[in-house]
Ligand binder design. Structure first.
Ligand SMILES: NC(=O)c1ccc[n+]([C@@H]2O[C@H](COP(=O)([O-])OP(=O)(O)OC[C@H]3O[C@@H](n4cnc5c(N)ncnc54)[C@H](OP(=O)(O)O)[C@@H]3O)[C@@H](O)[C@H]2O)c1
Length: 315
């Protein structure tokens, strides 16, 4: 069998994890970005996003796709990669490797909003007055997208006694018992106390959270974005927050990233902004290494790879 060479754009810690999972492979670090070349004999590339949200995509390098048979992305979304990456080799996404982290992050936002963190923490007896709090039990969680992240969140939220409604592209019956499908986003926004965006950025989803949709929102809705900033029309969101239609927006992703200095999201009293940080948990890279190893076994046995990207579908 020819030597297996994996070109990796990830760091030494990930490469060590990968070497442990695939001991017969030679793992060669390559710089992030569009690969101008890959090591001779490399048939696999593990690629990190080629750009940040809102930045330009790199041109196709001469010689692409070299001798690559398979590209494993380090992200679930494919919008950070150019079209040419998908021309030639098989491409699989990192779908699922951060689902638990995303679910926990969305729950943290829901708890913070409902239990009024951090403002309930006091610093002296002059503030010793009970503060009315909300309840999570019985509240309605709307999920835009019901993939790896949406399902991980639904399982946890059901255990908290939330009612879950979801919208997904395919309309396939939810894999998690107890989750209801809403007929459309307008219905979902009208029913929900918290809406979590967990769908890819595609032509259908881009700026889909716009003024018309927000006008249908249940008053006081809390919007949480763990997917991509470009799903939201920012001006429409700011207007909905200013009018009080929405009570809060918890945004871990924006368009562009980072937001420029002075952007209203930095200081808006109803925006909780974090720097695209929800997935940075200790298990992230170990999960990816396990995924690469599992798919490599499948490739070697001529079985279909898991989470092959469907470029036309957009995820
Ligand atoms: N913050 C981060 O660092 C981070 C990390 C991971 C992922 N993400 C983002 O979150 C997204 C979801 O992640 P995931 O791992 O759960 O992806 P996934 O497993 O591929 O799930 C995507 C879900 O979105 C649904 N969808 C696609 N187009 C839609 C549309 N037009 N309207 C409604 N739903 C639609 C899909 O529907 P079907 O089920 O019917 O196919 C599927 O349920 C990714 O695409 C990525 O952009 C962000």
């Amino acid at each position: 069998m020819p030597e297996l060479v994996i070109a990796s754009q990830l760091n030494a810690d990930f490469n060590a994890l990968l070497a442990r999972e695939i001991p017969d492979a030679t793992i060669t670090p390559v710089p992030p970005g569009a690969p101008e070349s890959v090591p001779e004999g490399a048939s696999v590339l593990v690629a990190v996003p080629f750009r940040r949200a809102g930045a330009a995509l790199p041109r196709r390098p001469d010689g692409w796709p070299f001798n690559l048979r398979w590209v494993q992305l380090a992200s679930s979304g494919i919008d950070f990669y150019p079209d040419w990456l998908f021309e030639g080799p098989l491409v699989t996404s990192a779908r699922g490797t951060s689902a638990n982290a995303l679910a926990e992050f969305a729950l943290a936002a829901i708890f913070a909003a409902t239990k009024r963190l951090p403002e309930i923490w006091i610093d002296g007896p002059q503030r010793w007055n009970p503060i009315p709090l909300g309840t999570i039990t019985g509240s309605v969680l709307g999920l835009v997208g019901f993939g790896a992240a949406g399902q991980a969140l639904a399982r946890r939220a059901l255990a908290l006694g939330m009612r879950i409604v979801a919208v997904r592209r395919s309309g396939v019956a939810p894999e998690v018992p107890g989750v209801e499908l809403a007929p459309d986003l307008e219905t979902l926004f009208g029913l929900s106390d918290h809406v979590v965006l967990a769908a890819p950025l595609t032509p259908e989803t881009e700026r889909r959270v716009n003024a018309d949709l927000l006008a249908q929102a249940k008053p006081g809705l809390h919007l949480i974005n763990i997917a991509r900033g470009a799903l939201i029309d920012d001006d429409a969101l700011l207007a909905a927050l200013d009018s009080g239609k929405l009570s809060l927006a918890s945004l871990d992703v924006t368009h562009p990233e980072p937001l420029p200095d002075g952007h209203p999201f930095y200081r808006h009293p109803r925006v909780r902004l974090s720097p695209h940080t929800s997935v940075f948990t200790p298990d992230l890279r170990a999960n990816l290494a396990l995924k690469v190893a599992a798919n490599l076994n499948r490739l070697r046995q001529s079985q279909p790879l898991i989470d092959l990207v469907d470029r036309a579908r957009g995820y």
